[in-house]
Design a binder for this molecule. Structure first.
Ligand code: NOJ
Ligand code: CA
Length: 722
């Protein structure tokens, strides 16, 4: 059979093929086959170590019937109805293979160099009936497959509208999946673990509330999607380099276990307005028989499918460890708003100097100075302050267009004084732009707002997109809005500003090209622990899903789990132990890490807080020691600037014991380990603050015996003894 295929492949440009070409990954573990079906549909399949990952699956598009989009259409006397079909009737007119191997240096990262090594197959197919062409480019890495569609410049395809992208991913069985409900507006859900065949019946339960949400199908799920097959394969589907195109979801045909791409529509229901030449984002299928490889190498493959940095001088881009005037508002202890007096406010009309303060406004000069002092004392780089600017009284849920101007502070927030105070203490302030999803309003103010930052010493920015998008009808993940996030990142780079966007589209490795994108939320973050709580194993799934596309501003470090203690009206419980919270600084890789709790709670636990002070935010190397999605994850990382190592373990629902070999330490050297672990009786629900701290001399021969509680974990710092 194999020989037969090869023989046919040799005759490639001569005839319309049923069998096509085979592509192997550099190490030979993956084999991809490309062919055309009998009716001329581009078809691919993927195997890993001889086992099916993707069964034969077709590729192509349905375009919107629109003659104006392609004016030569009439002249050519072609069948107008054929315009929409861009999936069948193709012939192969050219195939090219190539190899690539290069190592590049990321500006920040889990490792200090990344190898980009793949074998490529570029297939040019044409539809003789319509005289149109496209290139399907496949790249096969040791981690998995990436493919994209390319529309070269051509007469019969100039401007065109995508009605549906029809990329299929036929699964080989009824896999276990860790999925989020497919949604055009948010990823802020807990993961649901079910068989693929059970998605439909559990969908409604998984679809919990959000300020902005729009599901599209009871078998629709988001990427990055993580799965496990019954024969022990870990499979992830996501995308890379999402630029000028809508975000992709997956819709499952649960009779055949076949996913098909489902793009986010715009306000009028169209999926993408394209102009040739154009390349779509890459669709990625990452797989391994070792879950740790997916979590560790998956992100590297996704970065490799993005363009190198477009920022030449990256010296101003620096990892940031920060605290913030934040958790008090999230828990309801404090408020973003300055006054409770007015039923509504209008910028330029409301006179805040005449308003009666509500007494809970956290972003006031005195309180911010306390945070600056604390940051300076404990070695943090920055202090985030939310609620500093006018407009928070009715900021969300009202579809306001002009909600914030991003430059006018409340009367009790002194920008100039705080800037010089922070500077004198060696700390920076971090800007906050909540847009309330009024995207056009934000764009109108963007340059002024960025200039305001530069004038007042701000170099990093947290932005946010809570609520439904204005202009109304657009979605958080539609093409127009993807273009907005990208515009904001690129403009910020002009101003040398680092961006961390919340509620924006989940990342797809774009931070390789724009390394000033140092974080995103774009998943269910710690804030939900104060909105009723998240599943205790949530943080054991994120590294296999959300983190594949880039770092998350998860905002860990909560020490007081009983939120009533901060706000008697908030009965939420943080479903995590303190040791688990510490471990997150290692397991949730990000060049931007927050210590999210309020100062008082850190002062209560100074010995545990020490780990947060010590842990770096940039790494030379990382070792994923043990991993199972939804169950546990243990990672060791080496500081970029020293020989010190840091370990983190996060654990799911069931208590678990493990043996950790420290064989990654340099042989012959002596180290001191400080082990922050769950106490014997710790439990995320009943006893989350029970931890132990033990110091131990260790070497590369040491094996540590450790036990993690339900919803617990451990964190270890290992310092060389000189
Ligand atoms: C949601 C963000 O995730 C959160 O961090 C922020 O505090 C609020 N929006 C207000 O902007
Ligand atoms: Ca959020």
């Amino acid at each position: 059979m194999k020989q037969f295929k090869t023989i046919l492949a040799l005759g490639i440009s001569m005839m319309s093929l049923v069998y096509g070409q085979e592509l192997k990954s550099p190490n030979g573990n993956f084999v991809m086959d490309f062919s055309l079906s009998k009716d001329g549909k581009p078809t691919y399949q993927l195997k890993y170590k001889g086992k099916d990952i993707v069964k034969p699956s077709t590729l192509g598009f349905e375009f919107k019937q629109n003659n104006q989009m392609s004016f030569d259409w009439e002249d050519k006397n072609l069948d107008k109805n054929a315009f929409s079909n861009f999936i069948s009737g193709f012939q192969i007119i050219d195939t090219k293979t190539s190899t690539f191997d290069e190592t590049w240096i990321p500006v920040w990262g889990e490792v200090d160099k990344i190898r980009n090594n793949f074998n490529e197959l570029a297939v040019t197919v044409s539809q003789p009936k319509t005289e149109r062409q496209m290139v399907i480019r496949f790249r096969l890495f040791n981690e998995g497959l990436g493919f994209r569609y390319e529309f070269p410049e051509q007469k019969n395809l100039k401007y065109f509208v995508v009605k549906e992208e029809k990329s299929q991913f036929a699964m080989a069985g009824d896999h276990t999946a860790w999925w989020l409900p497919g949604d055009y507006d948010t990823q802020e859900y807990d993961f649901t673990e079910t068989k693929l065949s059970e998605i439909r019946s559990t969908f409604d339960k998984a679809y919990t509330g959000n300020a902005s949400q729009k599901a599209f199908s009871k078998t629709g799920v988001q990427t990055s999607l993580m799965m496990k097959s019954s024969n022990g394969l870990y499979i992830n589907i996501h995308e890379a380099a999402l630029i000028n195109y809508p975000a992709m979801h997956l819709n499952l045909d649960d009779k055949t276990m076949t996913f098909e791409s489902w793009l986010t529509p715009d306000a009028v229901g169209d999926k993408g307005y394209l102009q040739a030449p154009f390349n779509t984002p890459w669709r990625t299928v990452i797989a391994s028989d070792n879950a740790a490889e997916v979590a560790f190498k998956g992100p590297q493959m996704i970065y490799n499918l993005n363009e190198p940095s477009k920022i030449e001088d990256t010296s101003w881009i620096k990892p940031v460890k920060y605290i913030g005037v934040w958790w008090e508002m999230i828990t309801g202890k404090g408020s973003w708003a300055y006054t409770d007096e007015y039923p509504t406010v209008q910028l330029g009309v409301t006179d805040y100097t005449k308003a009666k303060p509500n007494g809970k406004h956290s972003a006031n000069t005195k309180h911010v100075k306390e945070y600056i002092d604390f940051a300076s004392k404990h070695g943090f780089d920055a202090v985030l302050v939310e609620g500093w600017n006018e407009g928070w009284e009715d900021w969300f849920g009202n579809h306001k267009d002009y909600v914030f101007d991003f430059v006018t502070p409340y009367p009790d927030f002194d920008v100039k004084e705080l800037h010089s105070y922070a500077k004198s203490k060696g700390v920076e302030l971090m800007m906050h732009h909540e847009t309330s999803s009024s995207v056009r309003n934000y764009e109108r103010h963007l340059e002024k707002a960025y200039q305001f930052m530069k004038d007042n010493g701000y170099n990093s920015l947290k932005s946010g997109y809570v609520g439904d998008i204005v202009p109304r009808g657009e979605f958080h993940y539609s093409q127009n809005i993807i273009n907005h996030y990208q515009y904001a990142i690129e403009k910020a780079a002009e101003y040398k500003i680092m961006v961390n966007a919340h509620e924006a589209v989940r990342p797809t490795g774009v931070a390789r090209t724009w390394p000033n994108l140092i974080g995103n939320e774009s998943a269910r973050g710690t804030e939900y622990q104060a909105f009723g709580g998240s599943k205790p194993n949530h943080v054991t799934v994120l590294p296999f899903t959300r983190l594949l596309g880039g770092p998350m501003d998860y905002t860990p470090g909560i020490f007081e789990m009983d939120i009533k203690k901060l706000n008697p009206n908030n009965h939420s419980h943080v479903n995590s132990t303190i040791a688990n919270q510490l471990a997150l600084y290692v397991t949730m890789y990000s060049p931007l890490q927050m210590a999210a709790d309020i100062i008082e709670n850190y002062e209560r636990f100074p010995d545990a807080f020490q780990f947060i002070k010590d842990v770096p935010v940039d790494w030379k190397d990382s070792k994923y020691l043990e991993a199972e999605p939804g169950r546990y994850l243990t990672i060791a990382r080496q500081d970029k600037n020293s020989n010190d190592w840091f370990l983190g373990n996060v654990n799911g629902d069931n208590s678990r014991s493990t043996k950790i070999k420290l064989d990654f330490l340099e042989k012959g050297k002596k180290y001191e380990a400080t082990i922050y672990a769950d106490a014997k009786d710790a439990h995320y629900k009943n006893n989350p603050q029970a931890y132990t701290i033990e110091k131990k001399k260790v070497t590369s021969k040491t094996i540590l015996d450790l036990t993690s509680a339900s919803g617990g974990g451990f964190a270890i710092s290992i310092k060389e003894v000189k």
